[in-house]
Design a protein around this ligand. Structure first.
Ligand code: DC
Length: 213
C-alpha cells in the first residue's frame, strides 16, 4: 500500500500539491482537515461549544462523516461549502485540540486509506502520527506573507489583515496544543513553497519515490 504524507501549516500549499501529486500517481487523495472541520460543524449545528471537551468527545464517535473528492457530508447532509466558512474556521482548532476527537479521526483516516489501497494524505500530523511509515513524508511551508495572501485569495470577502491574524492564531494553536501538534516529522522532505510552482514541487516529491513496480 502506497501512502504519501503531506503536512504543513495553513496556506503552505499542501492541498494543491497533495491533490496534484495524487493525480499524477493515480491514487486517492484525503484531506484530513476536512474531517476536523466536519466535527466542528457538527458541534456548532448541535449548539455545542467547540471548546467544551466532554460533549464534543461524546459526539465525535457517533458522527457520520463522508469525505470524497470534492464532497464532504456530515450526518448525511452535504457540508462541502459550509465547512470552509468563517464560523467553522474559527471553531476548528479547538476541536482539533481535543484528544478524543483526534484518536477517533486518526482511526477513520487509517481505515479510509486502507479501503482504497493507499493515498496521498494531507494534514498536520500525518507523517508524525497517522502514517509514520509512509513511503514519503513531506513538510511544506512558506513565508507568512505568502501564506496569508494565498488564504486571502480563497476568502476574498475578508480583509487581508483579518485573514493574516486568523492564520497566525490558528498556527499558534495548532503548534502549541498538547495532542499531536503540528511538527515536522523526523526524516521528512522539507519544501519551501513560497516562490515555486505546483508542478515543480510535485516533480521534486516524485523524485523521492521509488518507481512503481
Ligand atoms: O487544513 P485545514 O485548515 O482545513 O485544517 C483545519 C484544522 O484542523 C486546522 O486547525 C488544523 C487541524 N488539523 C489537524 O489538527 N490535524 C490534521 N491532520 C488536519 C487538520
Amino acid at each position: 500500500m502506497r501512502v504519501i504524507a503531506i503536512d504543513g501549516p495553513a496556506g503552505s500549499g499542501k492541498s494543491t500539491v497533495a491533490r496534484r501529486l495524487a493525480e499524477r500517481l493515480g491514487t486517492a487523495y484525503l484531506d484530513t482537515g476536512a474531517m476536523y472541520r466536519a466535527v466542528a460543524l457538527a458541534a456548532l449545528r448541535r449548539g455545542i461549544d467547540p471548546g467544551d471537551a466532554e460533549p464534543v468527545a461524546r459526539m465525535a464517535p457517533n458522527l457520520e462523516i463522508v469525505v470524497e473528492p470534492g464532497r464532504v457530508e456530515v450526518d448525511g447532509v452535504d457540508a462541502t461549502i459550509e465547512i470552509r466558512g468563517p464560523e467553522v474556521t474559527r471553531a476548528v482548532s479547538e476541536v482539533a485540540a481535543n484528544a478524543v476527537v483526534r484518536t477517533e479521526l486518526v482511526r477513520r483516516q487509517r481505515e479510509w486509506v486502507a479501503e482504497r489501497g493507499g493515498a496521498v494524505v494531507e494534514g498536520r500530523d500525518i507523517g508524525s502520527v497517522v502514517f509514520p511509515d509512509a513511503e514519503l513524508r513531506a513538510y511544506l511551508h512558506a513565508r507568512a506573507d505568502v501564506r496569508a495572501s494565498r488564504r486571502h485569495q480563497e476568502v476574498s470577502d475578508t480583509a487581508y489583515e483579518a485573514v493574516a491574524a486568523d492564520l497566525d492564531r490558528r498556527d499558534t494553536h495548532d503548534s502549541e496544543r498538547e495532542a499531536d501538534p503540528l511538527t515536522c516529522a523526523e526524516g521528512a522532505v522539507v519544501v519551501d513553497t513560497s516562490d515555486r510552482g505546483v508542478d515543480d514541487i510535485v516533480d521534486e516529491l516524485l523524485d523521492h519515490l521509488a518507481p512503481a513496480p
